[in-house]
Design a protein around this ligand. Structure first.
Ligand code: FPP
Length: 238
């Protein structure tokens, strides 16, 4: 099935926030007789082009799933390769400044290696004033863990039960102050959320595509956006 479109929909039909589960790197590498790490490297090269396209057409927030709290279970060589790609990505902020893009990391940062934590802090600080687009990198991220840490924060702040609401909990999630994702895209044919933005995806439109992430192009994104534009969002109403 053709999953590409040459042009995006009209601006007023676009989502404000999209989430992307960058899946299929391992299968992409296997199909070429390459180690899985090469699939992640190919996948990391696609990220910049897709974010630039989002900015160009007028999407305000993009959240990409780069490393889940479950990904530590992968072979050490693969974990090291993924963390190295993230190191490289976060230490190259010139592109972010040039594009006026803000970078945020969503996830549990403390267990990460010290140099990576420092790169994250610097990248977030240096790009904090940028306004064209916000790029969230979900890194050591898990949706259930995010909700648990939000609850712990409420308790630590001594918030009484009657003041615990959807709003007060939302304000203690990694995405505090941001709109929920309107659209979540998962390439590679798998049809599940895998612990990605569980709270925030309550009313997200979900789109599963057959293309593998390293093959994902702006034209695939245009297709996803057209599918989104056709959906009838009712948020529980009629
Ligand atoms: C899932 O594919 C993908 C990941 C676990 C990691 C995604 C990471 C990147 C694209 C690179 C790092 C990101 C940045 C921002 C530089 P999979 O390995 O599960 O693929 P498979 O299902 O085909 O095995």
């Amino acid at each position: 099935m053709k999953e590409t479109e040459s042009r995006p929909p009209e601006r007023e039909q676009l989502p404000r926030h999209i989430g992307i589960i960058m899946d299929g790197n391992g299968r992409w590498a296997k199909a070429r007789g390459l180690p899985r790490e090469m699939g992640h490297k190919a996948g990391s090269k696609v990220v910049g082009e897709i974010i630039r396209h989002c900015k160009k057409i007028g999407i305000s927030y993009v959240t990409i799933y780069a490393f889940s709290t479950e990904n530590w279970k992968r072979p050490q060589k693969e974990v090291d390769a993924l963390l190295d790609l993230l190191r490289q990505y976060l230490s190259n902020m010139e592109e972010y400044q040039k594009e006026n893009a803000r970078l945020r990391v969503l996830g549990e940062v403390d267990p990460l290696p010290a140099d990576l934590r420092e790169s994250i802090r610097r990248a977030e600080r240096e790009s904090a004033g940028n306004t064209a687009i916000t790029v969230n990198i979900a890194l050591n991220y898990g949706g259930r863990g995010e909700i648990v840490q939000g609850v712990k924060r409420l308790l630590a702040e001594g918030i009484p039960p009657e003041e615990i609401t959807e709003e007060t909990l939302s304000q203690r999630l990694y995405t505090a102050g941001m709109p929920d994702p309107d659209l979540i895209i998962r390439p590679s044919g798998e049809c599940r959320l895998s612990n990605f933005l569980l709270w925030q995806s309550a009313y997200s439109e979900l789109l599963f595509m057959d293309v593998l992430w390293p093959d994902f192009t702006p034209e695939h994104l245009n297709y996803a956006l057209h599918q989104y534009a056709r959906r009838d969002r009712r948020f529980g109403g009629v």
